[in-house]
Design a protein around this ligand. Structure first.
Ligand code: AMP
Ligand code: ZN
Ligand code: FE
Ligand code: FE
Length: 275
């Protein structure tokens, strides 16, 4: 059984519709796929219809943009009530922060003499619920400023680069509490990828377990072999579920993030979701 627990559709910064994502997951030989768009669940219903039609199990999820000590930490939530009011209120703040950042990004690029408009960014996002830096990257690609999303992040959009603008993120502790009180499961996404490695020490992860953290995404393309070995040990010490996933974004990221490139063991899925 092949299980991929972290993917994005074009409801956030992936390039597949939720239907295409599920179809591609089936074609990639997956038995289970989780849709985990950034800060929104709007893709769930469409994905569910496609999954039932095609015959693949869909796990309903989200990747919440959170932070600890001003460092970005991504939290995966699974199988929670998407109508839970406190959770929706917090997600609303994150989505407002994403949309409110767009004119500030335009102004930042204006300062370095690169002409992009709000309309172009919104058009690139295709009406996605969560606008993100990858959509800005796609505008820069169209204009010939960069060759791909990676170059856009390296030269303009990463923290410290001239096109970077911060935005509201939920406190990681609060995001865990909200997912748990909405009946879901909480897993730290790519805990040691850029940004989050300095704040997610073993001690800090142990504190998050006290708040209800259920698991760590150990197998992820951003992690080195050493990262995986160390994270596996931490997960073992804290009795956490271990997941692996692709973080697929359609054509928005390279082949190393292809569907099913990293997977979760069926026993771990059962520990996480009880089925
Ligand atoms: P934002 O949601 O605006 O904070 O942008 C973060 C998202 O951009 C991440 O979740 C990734 O999908 C994407 N991203 C971050 N770094 C890179 C990179 N170097 N190349 C391509 N995509 C990236
Ligand atoms: Zn993304
Ligand atoms: Fe992420
Ligand atoms: Fe992701």
């Amino acid at each position: 059984m092949r299980i991929d627990l972290h993917t994005h559709s074009n409801r956030s910064d992936g390039t597949d519709t939720p239907t295409e994502l599920v179809e591609n997951a089936k074609a990639a030989g997956l038995d289970v796929v989780a849709l985990t768009d950034h800060d929104t669940t709007v893709g769930w219903d469409e994905a569910e219809v496609a999954a039932e039609r095609i015959g693949i199990r869909l796990v309903k999820g989200i990747e919440i943009s959170s932070s600890i000590d001003h460092k970005s930490v991504h939290l995966l939530g699974y199988d929670f009530d998407p109508t839970d009011e406190p959770l929706l209120k917090e997600l609303g703040k994150v989505l407002d922060g994403r949309n409110g950042r767009v004119p500030k990004i335009v102004a930042a690029f204006e300062r370095i003499g690169i002409d992009i408009t709000e309309e172009e960014i919104v058009a690139k996002s295709g009406g996605a619920e969560a606008t993100g830096r990858p959509h800005v990257a796609d505008v820069l690609i169209d204009k010939g400023v960069v060759a791909d999303r990676g170059e856009a992040f390296d030269n303009y959009l990463s923290p410290g680069k001239p096109g970077y603008v911060g935005r509201y993120a939920a406190a990681t502790e609060e995001a865990i509490r909200l997912i748990k009180s909405a009946g879901g499961k909480a897993v730290l996404a790519h805990p040691w990828s850029r940004g989050s490695d300095s704040v997610l020490t073993a001690e800090r992860i142990a504190e998050l377990v006290e708040l209800g953290l259920d698991g760590l995404e150990v197998d992820h393309a951003d992690h080195t072999d050493d990262d995986r070995e160390s994270l596996l040990k931490i997960a073992g010490d804290l009795d956490l579920v271990v997941t692996g996933s692709s973080d697929y974004h359609g054509t928005g990221k390279g082949p190393e993030f292809g569907l099913g490139t990293s997977t979760t063991h069926p026993d771990q899925l059962e520990r996480l979701l009880g089925t």
